[in-house]
Design a protein around this ligand. Structure first.
Ligand code: F6R
Length: 609
């Protein structure tokens, strides 16, 4: 939620800030702004709407300035308009602040500041920050920021500048990500790596409670007590091209097509067919600890939660341990029965999702074992979990998650097999069969991607529908939920996922002539039941698009359109089934003229609860 950038050095700050913001627009895009320091004064420019509005309004705005801060916003407090856009300033206009997160006690701080004579221009929680700095300032910006953070409650990554301390920027974080990019004679700040990758691979990752003084030549970090902190340089391994579109019209399409590579990378070095074994060197759970686990919770949000639903089914069937899947925003406020024999698996692409992080902290607090599946190295969730299993999807920029989801599924297979091996609940023959299927998976995804044209035609035909349904049983139901979410998210078409056997308990009344129904039928043991459910909707004149493995012949005769995916072990089918659903959402969104990569009201990294 919200992207922050900062620059201080010898180059013109404005283009660096704008380029950085463009790389962070996925974090929020309802307004954007920058502040630069020029000739002893702070100059601010902000515009509501997408970053392009700001770019088009620059007209040579302070192009000589060599330091500045920038922000792209996802509104929490106050509508998306110019006044509420960041940076926010104090009464004198000398201090400017950008912030990502929520200041929970902003109302009382605002009232106190008003009683001290400050006047506010916006409805935001953030605006208390520059006023607090103004109120507490005694000559040193970083010292002041230390005092400010001792007064604020909530989550923040913030960067401040003050005309009176022109040679430096000050930054602090608590529960929202912030990295410092280390250059030569220049330094950078950003919420995420893509914003600085063009300039440097050397970074410091700011931890909760840390405050930084950034000058062109130095970065000094202190903890919440003001004691100096010696940081290790974290070297970013990504290639810059990974964060670019590489000729694709949208990041989402590029990321859909990157799935075979992402799956290969996530499996690399972790499965051995000869030994019939999964090796997860990074996981510290040995036989003894695994044998003590009597209950597993999987918790996550959105798409990651859907991956967790598949994970439940796999872990229960392979490792024979009861698994509950919980939405993180629910689990954190539930009186969950966890103890040292509980394993809590958190799944998060970004590793920063506020509710998932809070659930992880709760699990750690009660002494449960915790394991994170995440795509972002050294993210908050990765740092705080007992164990981490990384997905190697590479940077995912489109708001709609695609390759992160399929690699999360791969992580679930790996974990299921790993736990089953340790618990001795799987025989070698079955393990070899699943591992073999995993090794063939990326090639099969490549084959599945060839269905693009057929899916596109279906999308063109039904793009005017107002509502759609996704049905399936067992693992297919979990994938149906993901397919419906994807469609809603980027095409704004209403979509509902139903366990196919449940339709007749109410929802069937919505199935009328022409309503598109996507039916997933990949699970052999319930195939006949699924065919009956498809016939039920066909009898109400729905238009049915079915997804089934090659070899499930006959289904094409009962539906309007059938897309066949390569045959695979039934537990692997979700990875193959979801690919056409991602494409369906993509083409539907294109057809309906939606902004595929940046759907309305959403943001990539949800660092507020
Ligand atoms: C949907 C989507 C979201 C995320 C959710 C959790 O396409 O991407 O539903 O899955 O916001 O995000 P992470 O995985 O970063 O915790």
């Amino acid at each position: 939620m919200c992207g922050i950038v900062g620059y201080i050095g010898e180059q013109c700050a404005v283009p660096i800030l704008l380029e950085g913001l463009a790389k962070l627009e996925y974090r929020g895009y309802d307004s954007a702004g920058i502040a630069v320091l020029d000739d002893g004064t702070v100059e601010v420019k902000k515009q509501k709407g997408k970053l392009n509005n700001l770019v088009n309004s620059m007209n040579g705005f302070y192009k000589e300035a060599v330091s500045g801060i920038g922000h792209t916003r996802w509104a929490t407090h106050g509508r998306p308009n110019n006044e509420n856009a960041h940076p926010h300033t104090d009464c004198t206009g000398k201090i400017a602040v950008v912030h990502n997160g929520i200041i929970e006690n902003y109302m009382e701080l605002r009232e106190w500041l008003i009683s001290r004579g400050h006047s506010f221009k916006s409805e935001t929680d953030t605006e208390v920050l520059p006023h607090l700095i103004e109120e507490l300032y005694q000559g040193d910006l970083v010292d002041t920021l230390q005092q400010v953070i001792s007064k604020v409650e909530g989550s923040y990554a913030m960067v401040a500048m003050n005309a009176e301390n022109s040679g430096e920027l000050a930054a602090a974080r608590h529960d929202s990500p912030l990295i410092i990019g280390l250059g030569e004679g220049e330094n950078f700040l950003a919420s995420d790596i893509p914003a600085i990758l063009k300039h440097t691979r050397n970074t410091y990752i700011l931890e909760d409670g840390e405050v930084a003084r950034i000058t062109p030549r130095e970065v000094n970090i202190s903890d919440s007590q003001g004691r100096p902190v010696l940081k290790e340089v974290f070297k970013v391994q990504w290639e810059q091209g990974q964060a670019e579109k590489n000729g694709y019209p949208h990041f989402m399409l590029k990321e859909i097509y990157e799935q075979p590579r992402a799956i290969r990378d996530t499996l690399a070095g972790r499965v051995s067919l000869d030994e019939g074994k999964v090796t997860l060197k990074e996981i510290k759970l040995d036989e003894e600890k695994v044998s003590q686990i009597d209950k597993i919770y999987i918790t996550a949000c959105g798409t990651a939660y859907h991956a967790g639903m598949v994970g439940k089914s796999i872990i229960e069937s392979l490792a024979r341990v009861p698994v509950e899947v919980d939405i993180a925003s629910e689990l954190r406020y539930r009186d969950v029965m966890m103890n040292e024999n509980t394993l809590v698996i958190v799944i998060s692409q970004s590793g920063e999702t506020a509710d998932t992080l809070a659930s992880l902290r709760e699990a750690n607090r009660v002494g449960a074992r915790t394991l994170a599946v995440t795509n972002v190295v050294d993210s908050s969730i990765a740092r705080e979990a007992g164990d981490v299993l990384y997905t190697w999807a590479g940077p995912e920029i489109a708001v709609a998650s695609t390759k992160a989801y399929t690699t999360q599924l791969v992580a679930m297979y790996l974990l299921g097999l790993y736990l089953a091996q340790k618990r001795e609940t799987i025989d070698r023959g079955e393990a070899v069969e699943i591992i073999n299927n995993l090794r063939e998976l990326s090639t099969k995804v490549e084959t599945t991607l060839q269905n693009g044209e057929k899916i596109k035609q279906f999308a063109e035909q039904y793009s005017n529908s107002t509502s759609s349904f996704f049905i399936g049983r067992g693992l297919d139901y979990a994938v149906a939920l993901e397919g419906a979410l994807k469609l809603k998210e980027i095409s704004y078409m209403h979509a509902e996922a139903y366990a196919a056997g449940e339709l007749k308990h109410g929802t069937l009344s919505l199935i009328v002539e022409g309503v598109p129904v996507v039916a997933l039928a990949t699970q052999q043991h319930v195939y006949d039941k699924m065919i009956s459910n498809i016939k039920e909707v066909k009898a109400r004149d729905a238009t049915v698009l079915a997804l089934a493995p090659e070899g499930f012949t006959g289904i094409e005769q009962v539906v309007d359109e059938a897309v066949f995916i390569p045959e695979a072990h039934p537990v692997i089918a979700p990875v193959l089934t979801v690919v056409p659903l991602q494409m369906l959402a993509y083409y539907m969104a294109l057809q309906r003229g939606c902004d595929v990569d940046q759907p309305r009201n959403l943001a990539k990294s949800v660092t507020v609860e």
